[in-house]
Ligand binder design. Structure first.
Ligand code: GAR
Length: 200
């Protein structure tokens, strides 16, 4: 398979980038026919930008605007341009903590995926593992879903469960969920890369 056959990914994140790291490892180890073309962040010094750079991928900080929750129009336009410049076919949100707006949703219909650290529709929003502990859940997990205009509300693609232990701390549960994320997200990307469910 030539490099041109690979599914072109654009990754957006705001945090450490452990999911991106797991994706890079899986692309290599499992020969998934996909490649990360660009990594974008709304946080200037985010770990995810360092991880992108360490894999020699083009990275870019995009000033997100004044709202802590959304991208303003200009920043969305900048992100859209950066993705189009790299001819990105599938957008991967990996810990991107802002709501995606209409320009990006229209540019990538059913081509923007997100991972969330709960069994959606339970516990959308911030610090979902703490929500699971507060609710007394005995099972937690993570979800990969299509992105829509809401918060962690799009159609569910895949989920993985983890047990909640009686003596769990938020940190221990979060680590267990992240471990599951690092398996689940590459599996979904593998499926998209091999089956191109959006082609046509
Ligand atoms: C992940 O646990 C992801 O599920 C969460 O941010 C973390 C990013 O970690 N995303 C959300 O909560 C989105 N609502 P990472 O930067 O180490 O991949």
């Amino acid at each position: 398979m030539s490099a041109g056959d690979k599914l072109r990914l654009g990754v957006l994140g705001s945090g450490r980038g452990t999911n991106l790291d797991a994706i890079f490892r899986a692309l290599h180890d499992r020969a998934i026919p996909a490649e990360v073309k660009v990594v974008l962040s709304d946080v200037r010094d985010a770990g995810i930008l360092h991880i992108g750079r360490s894999h020699r991928v083009h990275t870019k900080y995009v000033y997100p605007g004044e709202s802590p929750f959304r991208l303003d129009e200009a920043s969305e336009h900048n992100i859209s341009n950066a993705l189009h410049h790299e001819q990105v076919e599938l957008v991967i949100l990996a810990g991107f903590m802002r709501i995606i707006g209409p320009e990006l949703l229209a540019a990538y219909p059913r081509r923007i995926l997100n991972i969330h650290p709960s069994l959606l529709p339970k516990h959308p929003g911030l610090r979902a593992w703490e929500q699971a502990l507060a609710a007394g859940d005995t099972v937690a997990g993570c979800t990969v879903h299509y992105v829509d205009q809401g918060v962690d509300s799009g159609e569910i693609i895949a989920q993985a469960e983890v047990d909640v232990m009686p003596d769990d701390t938020p940190e221990a549960l979060h680590a267990r969920i992240q471990h599951a994320e690092h398996v689940l997200y590459p599996e979904v990307i593998d499926h998209f890369a091999r089956n191109r469910p959006f082609a046509g």
